[in-house]
Design a protein. Structure first.
Length: 201
């Protein structure tokens, strides 16, 4: 049985961002797909999550509700497509999707055209925009499953690495799992669970 994909186009926008521009922490109630035809620097997801470096040709898809920011080291363009997207019973993407270089010219063309469209003025246009938005999401799903596409680092691994680094740097003063967990922004129980899952214990 195939998993149903439901995509609703919300809006698109394109913005030129100067070097040094900083977009503060924010989130959306929908999926935000950002294609970077030019410009580079970092986006940070949440307060305790790693930075993700983007460069010309890269794409980042933020799941609904994920707090993130963006800083620009060089002037660049953001092409943003906002969609409501469900893959089966869950919102897509379930985590941040990062593709270092988007190679598919068809997906790029659709993103470049959708990012300049406001909300659809009528039902027929909305149907067309949804079909095009669905094509973009399907293309990104294909890229996501491609072995050459680099997914955002597994957060469990990131937290474990942060915890190990903290323990290594504070070996003489660490008194408990709770100390380490607090330093990396997790509860002690959650950190124990991550270690247990990672080590198979």
């Amino acid at each position: 049985m195939q998993t149903p994909l439901d995509v609703t186009f919300v809006t698109g926008f394109r913005q030129v961002l100067p070097a040094g521009n900083q977009c503060g922490l924010h989130s959306h109630d929908c999926t935000e797909i950002v294609y970077h035809p030019s410009g580079s620097d970092t986006t940070r997801m949440g307060t305790n999550l790693p930075e993700l470096h983007f460069a010309p040709g890269s794409i980042v898809a933020y799941p609904p509700g994920l707090v993130h920011d963006q800083r620009m080291a060089t002037e660049g363009v953001d092409c943003c497509v906002i969609v409501r997207c469900r893959l089966g019973r869950r919102a897509w993407p379930g985590r941040t999707l990062y593709i270092p270089v988007l190679h598919d010219p068809c997906i790029i063309k659709e993103i470049l055209s959708l990012c300049v469209l406001p909300s659809a003025p009528d039902e027929l246009k909305q149907c067309l925009y949804q079909a095009r938005g669905t094509a973009v999401v399907c293309g990104l799903l294909a890229e996501e499953t491609n072995a050459e596409a680099a997914a955002c680092p597994d957060l469990a691994t990131v937290y474990i690495q942060k915890a190990l680094r903290y323990i290594d740097e504070h070996l003489q003063t660490v008194a408990s799992v709770a100390d380490v967990a607090q330093a990396v922004g997790l509860s002690g129980e959650h950190l124990r669970h991550l270690f247990s899952r990672q080590t198979g214990g």
